[in-house]
Design a protein around this ligand. Sequence first.
Ligand SMILES: Cc1cc2nc3c(=O)[nH]c(=O)nc-3n(C[C@H](O)[C@H](O)[C@H](O)COP(=O)(O)OP(=O)(O)OC[C@H]3O[C@@H](n4cnc5c(N)ncnc54)[C@H](O)[C@@H]3O)c2cc1C
Length: 225
Amino acid sequence: MLAAFPDHLSAYAKSYLENIGVEVRTGKRVIDIRADGAHIEGAFVPAGLIMWGAGVKASPAHSWLGIPGVAGGRIPVDDCLRVIGFDGIYAIGDTSALAGSDGKVLPGLAQVAKQQGTYLGKTLRTGRAVAGFQFKNRGNTAVIGRNAAVFDFGKWTLKGRVAWLLWALVHVYLLINFEKRLLVAIQWAGRYLTRQRGARIIDETAERPEHKDQPIATDSAAVRR
Ligand SMILES: Cc1cc2nc3c(=O)[nH]c(=O)nc-3n(C[C@H](O)[C@H](O)[C@H](O)COP(=O)(O)OP(=O)(O)OC[C@H]3O[C@@H](n4cnc5c(N)ncnc54)[C@H](O)[C@@H]3O)c2cc1C
């Protein structure tokens, strides 16, 4: 769990989830998902509701260029963010693959995309590549639950309620303007105090006219394929 974080933060996340009744199973791949459960290597887990949370992948932009994607379909770029093998084409953010100082491809995170955007903006404005792009890790964070989050700043780490508060502050601060910061802060404070959850409904029938007559889920927990 939270493989990008130090071991003690992964262990904290696991124990937090176990304390609220989640049975955590790791180290096994899901082979198949059916309406009545999931096949996990060596076992079948019966289930009435299955939520699949893995599988974020890059855009298919590499196929537009006719090149193979790397690291989950991302476009390989050099340290000036130029697509390798093409003149005048750049790729940044989640769709690009650039190795960091540790040799691993930089993660698909907002801070990578933002720093690359700033770097490329300067490069294009001046018409020449300044020194190659270097990612500065300003810390990684993940929220686990109510009053529980983790922070990894490299030299020091945080977990628990203080980390959760910092996580919330950072996310509100990074929003684009004062209005959005205020709105989200009020909404989050309201949800925290009332323990209500926001509704997130995925309903593909809206895009499938042949299923228009089917009822649209309004339950806040409904996710329908
Ligand atoms: C659920 C979730 C939670 C996340 N949480 C965090 C987090 O807590 N912290 C963090 O740092 N990062 C987080 N990320 C990752 C972060 O959102 C991405 O790394 C970041 O948004 C990448 O920025 P980007 O500009 O490369 O891509 P995006 O932000 O995805 O922007 C790409 C844009 O291109 C548009 N687009 C796509 N295809 C086309 C097309 N064919 N034509 C025109 N436009 C197109 C899309 O609509 C989108 O607006 C999260 C991602 C997800 C999915």
